[in-house]
Write a protein that binds this ligand. Structure first.
Ligand code: NAP
Length: 544
């Protein structure tokens, strides 16, 4: 393609060969565009290429945690479980890449270290770690909303003689932890998945916990031929359910009833009957759990009681559970567990309360020192979370019109238009960026990529060189997102370092990062925008 007389290497360059990269290849290639997707990983998979820790699995149910552009692929692929492990999900992505002949568009083992908009030519220049550079008309981030690790600044971290790494950087070559003493700093969703698996063979597993979580049971189960048949006969309806659900999941909600209007016995019965695993429980019981504090208290107390039943030692049970007065359900993203709580009933699995009883002091050559004890380890895992939503976009310079980076722009507030475009950054798209919903990611990713494709098609059809995201559209979306956020209990997240508000970061103040107005409404908004010709963007022809 020639823009302003300049040849570009590709119409579109994207970063990230996970679901976003695969969806970009499919939709943009069908639109007749040349696409190159870069990824620093050595395989496709995105988050599932990196999070290799034992026990890593999806929290969405398998049969709708996938791309839906091909009915044939949905029929051809068979999931083995309700929640696939990370290998299975990665294999699924390889299957998509193979079946759709996507590999020629994917360049692995290539880190992008710089992306700069070229004002005079209206194109982007992308530079790799080895110094190569490529140009494109459209630059797309598919780097993921939870991909940039949050490494804590713990005294003495470089002293430790054994392996010490972030959970999302579990050694690729594998790590033999059988018979070893493993220390884990952090007690979020990652730790909740990791502990039961590590506990099977490690000599000991010790979790350093600051804030306990509301933990929902996953209730894993194997796929059966009957279940698979039922799914495959109903895929159109399942895909439609996801598209029309507030969290992009194939759940049967809203249910048309509120916890606060339901008599206590009936409420308890509904809570109990739906205690069948997954986030379904939050959505398929009552419609008011995430917005009404009283309803949320009822749900929180139910979960706490269920959690405590599973831990034998009452003191330990107290430590492992939050209280509603600490924070409401969903102010932090609740983990799903596969035996985390039961693991603490074993003699070799330990919990250290680093909030009140014995705060962390330092990492030493041989372990971790708290104010009261020294714990010896062979391996230390930092399961300390991620710089969510914006982290990957801030990790290297992405410069727009004025030379300002995204990181600089987002110092105080992560303004964005529908999570896909940023003012001051023409011809750039973000897949599920800040102020997009937190939802079943493949659903959101596909909806974003469809919008992006329609936008590029309009540009090409009408002969435009540049689109400029309008600042007033960005202000309007930011204000709308903040207004909705304030009405939910997720707004309490800043009190408990929730990554959902960027409150786990030391370098930037907490902010509204997520659109909580319903993924379904958000997808409607994207469709409306495309149907109306993208009023959030200003289209230009160079030299016109
Ligand atoms: P996380 O939920 O942010 O948990 C990080 C943990 O590290 C928290 O317990 C935090 O304590 C602790 N921590 C952070 N800095 C610390 C410090 N300096 N000293 C001591 N403790 C510290 O991170 P995550 O467990 O990796 O999960 C992040 C998100 O990734 C999840 O919520 C989920 O959305 C996604 N995820 C998904 C799956 C899945 O779908 N299968 C699996 C894993 C993760 P505080 O809470 O006190 O700050």
């Amino acid at each position: 393609m020639s823009t302003n007389g300049k040849k570009v290497d590709f119409d579109v360059i994207g970063i990230g060969a996970g679901f976003a990269g695969l969806a970009l290849i499919h939709y943009l290639r069908n639109a007749g565009l040349s696409v190159r997707i870069f990824d620093r990983a050595s395989d496709v998979g995105g988050t599932w290429a990196w999070n290799r820790y034992p026990g890593a699995a999806t929290d969405s149910e398998s049969y709708y945690y996938c791309l839906t552009f091909s009915k044939e692929l949905l029929q051809k692929w068979s999931w083995t479980k309700r929640y696939p492990g990370r290998q299975e999900t990665q294999e699924y992505m390889r299957f998509v890449a193979n079946e759709c002949d996507m590999w020629p568009h994917i360049q692995l083992n290539t880190e992008i270290v710089d992306a700069e908009y070229q004002v005079d030519d209206g194109i982007w220049r992308i530079t790799t770690g080895s110094g190569e550079s490529f140009t494109c008309k459209y630059f797309v981030s598919g780097m993921g909303m939870i991909s940039e690790p949050m490494i804590p600044n713990l005294k003495g971290m470089d002293q430790f003689k054994g392996p010490l790494f972030h959970s999302s950087r579990w050694p690729k070559e594998g790590l033999d932890y059988a018979g070893k003493r493993v220390g884990i700093i952090g007690a979020g969703a990652t730790t909740v998945q990791m502990v039961p698996e590590l506990a099977k063979t490690a000599a000991s597993v010790t979790v350093f916990q600051r804030t306990p979580n509301y933990i929902l049971p996953a209730m894993q189960k194997q796929m059966t031929p009957e279940w698979e048949k039922e799914i495959k006969e109903n895929y159109d309806a399942i895909v439609a359910k996801c598209r029309n659900h507030v969290f992009g999941m194939a759940f049967d909600s809203p249910v048309g009833r509120n916890a606060v209007d339901t008599p206590p016995e009936e409420r308890q019965r509904i809570f109990e009957e739906n205690w069948t695993g997954s986030f379904r429980w939050v959505f398929e019981t009552f419609d008011d759990l995430l917005a009404n504090p009283e309803a949320n208290r009822m749900a929180s107390e139910f979960i706490i009681a269920k959690m405590k039943e599973r831990v034998k030692d009452p003191k330990l049970a107290d430590l492992l559970t939050p209280t509603f007065d600490d924070y409401p359900l969903f102010a932090k993203r609740p983990p799903l567990d596969h035996g985390y709580l039961e693991a603490f009933n074993k003699d070799h699995v330990h919990l250290v309360d680093i909030k009140d009883a014995e705060p962390l002091v330092e990492v030493t050559e041989t372990g971790v020192r708290t104010t009261l004890n020294h714990y010896e380890f062979d391996i230390i895992v930092l399961a300390t979370g991620f710089n969510a939503y914006t982290g990957a976009l801030e990790a290297f310079p992405i410069r727009g019109v004025t030379g300002q980076t995204l990181s600089e722009k987002w110092r105080k507030s992560s303004d964005c238009i529908m999570g896909v475009c940023v003012s001051g950054f023409p011809n750039m798209f973000v897949v599920t960026g800040p102020q997009a919903p937190f939802a079943n990611l493949p659903t959101s990713i596909e909806q974003n990529v469809i919008w992006i494709t329609h936008c590029i098609e309009k540009m090409e059809r009408e002969g435009y060189d540049i689109f400029k995201p309008r600042r007033e559209a960005e202000e309007a979306w930011t204000a709308h997102t903040a207004e909705i956020h304030a009405q939910t209990l997720m707004a309490e997240g800043h009190k408990v370092n929730s990554w959902m508000m960027g409150a786990n970061r030391q370098d930037k103040p907490p902010r509204v990062l997520i659109y909580f107005g319903g993924a379904n409404n958000y997808y409607d908004t994207l469709d409306k925008s495309a149907a109306e010709g993208f009023p959030e963007l200003e289209f230009e022809k160079l030299g016109a």
